[in-house]
Design a protein around this ligand. Structure first.
Ligand code: CA
Length: 702
């Protein structure tokens, strides 16, 4: 309900700094600047959570990944959905109040590595702030949803996207961007909440033209890169995008953010040494960076993965907390980035305090006393021609799904997983920054054979768990196994509960102290977003956005996830309270659609060439080896396979660009595009033979 101390000017620094004391509302992404995602609310607790019931729900008008954290302000709930749309509801009744569609051009979808998702809003004054997939920052009137201003934060000619939630510090709206798989140079920037003017911009990697007039931190970074592939004609971007996590300490006045992977991934191409292998730490890739929010001035950094080459972003959720370590009270920053180590740093100085593996890894055996990983040389695959199966793979040991920290238990809850990848360096790789994945590895090399049994066995090796991590002892206190990876973000509460959705279409409550499952709701769809909790008129609600999607959901065979029935995308906000009695409509059946491709008649070299292009340009959205997810169209079942002209109209000309399928004219020739068709026909015939007739794969795909 009403925000404490709020004046006619609306939400300001006082409200944001003190958000932890205001348990009725949820006014910033991680609930507080410390991003703990812990609410003291305890009306829903261990004793009564079994009576938690759905009280209202709202269907979304998109059927893509739903990753947003809603905000709740004075009895109203605001959220973002796929394609950067915004919706407002009465938080108690679910009555829709307004909605806003920024009309992101559909073809922007081709620039998104990981689905057309959006993770949420920020608020300041009487406005809401939204970053859109096509790189705009938009200020909306919180009461009506009307646009107050909008500004473009990226070069829209390049493959930048914005999926993260802005944060606001003292009237400055902070937002980064994504796109490091495609060839961009990462940065984070601040904009005036009044009018959208850019106030500062902090580049995370050198631009190739550093001199004495450049900021010192960039001059220092330039020393850690080799070759001359930054800037100029053959610019490969460098990467280091800041696409998700931020946290703020108002006392130290430090803004923290996580920096992403290199562009391309393969360091041999990004920062080539004299012998053709990669060289240098490549600052500030895969780093946690602290800056002054007022000016963007560099203060400190800690690099989790020097010379990263495995897509090991450090953009994962950052949590700030104070705790006693070895008899000393420490101000710490915690992160479980993709590389599989759980880090505890001193957030005043960036000093490394401790780090241990929270998931299975083989790329490093530990961290030395200087905070540098001790690498396994066999997994240093940026030397071209030496493939390796590396754990974790590019999905990480933990991805964007937010963790939560329970101060009473002193535990961090990690939505962790195990999913390695075979990294096969691509020979003679050349960048194409216009379209397609630019990583310098052959994404098709790890494709699974057309054998259902083998595929099932491989998918079963991908594991997911909820890990309760003791950050002082640096060990798991307990963990809960899930049937597969890509489970939801977390919420911890004063009621002794941890809430999490799962890839297996459950929304669960666990005992925060021992992981006992106390309550479960059938969500009908995979839940990846983190829940929130709030009160209206003193009554506690728990809300979560459901809807299967995101990077893993697009890449995995939709019929094999967790060895369960196919997980549908049903995008819907679910809101619960004690005694709630609402019921979801019956789950729609997935209509059967036959796998009925035309015969494969192309010769092997055409199919092989098509497969190479497919891996680079198509696999990221339509799944490796065209196995078909449940989120995007399964190309093996496409009617255009038998019609070369229709295929060309879609893939070359962009006939369906407004639906999210851009044309590839300029990046692929007509001949290459037809070879991709022949490859998909070949693959569809392989899978038709291997599929037993009425198996789970015989389902419609969107
Ligand atoms: Ca990445």
């Amino acid at each position: 309900m009403a925000i404490p101390g709020m004046t006619d000017d609306g939400i300001g620094s006082e409200q944001l700094v003190n958000a932890g004391d205001d348990d009725a509302n949820w006014i910033t992404h991680g609930r507080t600047y410390s991003e703990q995602r812990f609410s003291p609310l305890n009306a829903v607790n261990r004793e009564n959570v079994s009576d938690l019931g759905l009280t209202w729900f709202a269907d979304m008008d998109t059927a893509r990944g739903q990753e947003a954290t809603p905000l709740v302000i004075d009895g109203k709930l605001y959220l973002t959905t796929a394609w950067s749309k915004v919706k407002a509801f009465d938080a108690a009744t679910g009555e829709p109040l307004w909605e806003f569609d920024p009309e992101v051009p559909g073809e922007t979808g081709v620039k998104a590595c990981c689905d057309v998702v959006n993770r949420g809003l920020a608020t300041w004054g009487d406005r809401l702030f939204l970053g859109t997939l096509d790189g705009r920052l938009i200020a909306l009137d919180r009461d009506t949803g009307s646009v107050e201003w909008e500004t473009v934060t990226v070069d829209q000619e390049q493959s930048y996207t914005v999926t993260g939630a802005p944060r606001i510090i003292d009237g400055k709206v902070i937002i980064g961007n994504g796109g490091a798989e495609f060839g961009v140079r990462g940065y984070i920037a601040a904009y005036d909440a009044d009018d959208g003017r850019e106030l500062w911009r902090f580049y995370t990697v050198p631009g190739g033209d550093e001199d004495e007039s450049s900021p010192e931190y960039l001059q220092a970074a330039a020393e850690t890169w080799s070759g001359d592939v930054l800037g100029g004609e053959n610019d490969i971007g460098g990467g280091g995008t800041v696409w998700d996590s931020m946290a703020y300490d108002p006392e130290l006045d430090l803004l923290y953010f996580g920096v992403g992977n290199g562009s391309p991934w393969n360091r041999a191409y990004r920062s080539p040494g004299e012998d053709g292998t990669g060289e240098g730490d490549n600052l500030y890739l895969s780093s946690i960076v602290a800056v002054r929010p007022d000016t963007g001035e560099y203060v400190w950094h800690y690099q989790t993965t020097p010379g990263e080459t495995w897509d090991y972003t450090a953009t994962q959720h950052i949590i700030l907390a104070d705790m006693e370590i070895e008899g000393e009270q420490r101000q710490v920053l915690m992160q479980a980035p993709k590389n599989g180590f759980f880090y505890v740093l001193d957030r005043a100085t960036g000093e490394f305090i401790s780090g241990e593996a929270y998931t299975t890894m083989n790329w490093a055996t530990g961290i030395d006393e200087n905070g540098r990983p001790i690498e396994n040389p066999e997994t240093r695959i940026d030397k071209t021609g030496a493939p390796a199966l590396v754990m974790p793979g590019p999905l990480g040991g933990h991805n964007w799904h937010p963790m939560a920290y329970h101060p009473g238990e002193n535990l961090v809850y990690i939505p962790a997983f195990e999913a390695g990848m075979l990294y096969v360096p691509e020979e003679d790789w050349k960048p194409d920054r216009a379209r397609g994945f630019n990583i310098g590895f052959d994404l098709g090399a790890g494709d699974l054979p057309p054998d259902l049994g083998i595929r099932r066995e491989v998918v079963k090796t991908l594991k997911g768990s909820l890990v309760a991590w003791d950050p002082v002892a640096q060990e798991a206190k307990w963990s809960v196994e899930h049937p597969g990876p890509w489970n939801g973000g977390l919420l911890a509460t004063g009621g002794g509960l941890v809430f999490q959705g799962t890839a297996g279409s459950e929304f669960n409550a666990y005992d925060a102290s021992n992981g006992e499952k106390l309550w479960s709701f059938d969500a009908q769809t995979g839940v990846v977003a983190p829940p929130i909790t709030y009160t209206v008129n003193g009554e506690q609600y728990v809300a979560v956005l459901a809807g299967w999607g995101g990077a893993y959901a697009l890449s995995v065979d939709g019929g094999l996830i967790n060895d369960l029935a196919p997980v549908q995308n049903i995008s819907r906000l679910l809101v619960f309270k004690i005694g709630g009695e609402a019921e979801l409509p019956e789950m729609p059946e997935l209509a059967a659609l036959p796998l009925d491709p035309p015969p494969s008649r192309a010769n092997a070299s055409v199919i092989a060439a098509g497969g190479e292009s497919y891996a680079r340009y198509c696999a990221v959205c339509h799944a490796p080896a065209a196995v078909g997810s449940t989120v995007l169209p399964d190309l093996r079942r496409s009617g255009t396979l038998s019609n070369a002209q229709s295929w060309m109209a879609v893939v070359h000309d962009g006939l369906l660009k407004d639906n999210g399928m851009a044309g590839f004219e300029g990046s692929l020739t007509r001949e290459q595009i037809d070879a991709i068709r022949e490859y998909v026909i070949f693959r569809a015939n392989q899978d038709k033979v291997m599929e037993p007739a009425p198996e789970a794969d015989q389902v419609a795909r969107r």
